[in-house]
Design a binder for this molecule. Sequence first.
Ligand code: DQA
Length: 145
Amino acid sequence: MSTTSILVLNGPNLSRLGKREPEIYGHQTIDDINRELSVSFPDISFEFFQSEHEGAMTEKLFEAEDRGSFRGVVLNAGAFTHYSIALRDAISAVKLPVIEVHLSNVHAREPFRRTSVISEVCRGVISGFGAGSYHLGVRALLGEV
Ligand code: DQA
């Protein structure tokens, strides 16, 4: 039986988790969140990638598709969620299912966060459960929700 692989893709400023506005994003670092995912889903082979750069994220999506081994992508696009047409087009361009996740409830915050230019091309959206949003995203890709 082949291993299921999932790409966890994080965008700008998520490298600062733990230090960044902990009242909104919690105290865990991105490494803490990634480690917990590996522990919670021991049968999944995760690849974790974070970038501050839009192009690096689109390239990673294309690479993931070309490698042909990923079940799908759990994506926290950070602020790119709200305005990156390039990222939206890249999600549309690949056949991999992409689950949009957010630590915070973007609908309970500033009005500009209520707009996502990527939701329409993602398989689904999970927002507001802290690190649990990533876990739910993985479960969605596994068909467990
Ligand atoms: C975020 C919400 C975005 O609005 C914000 O720009 C982020 C993080 C979240 O996980 O809650 O960087 O995606």
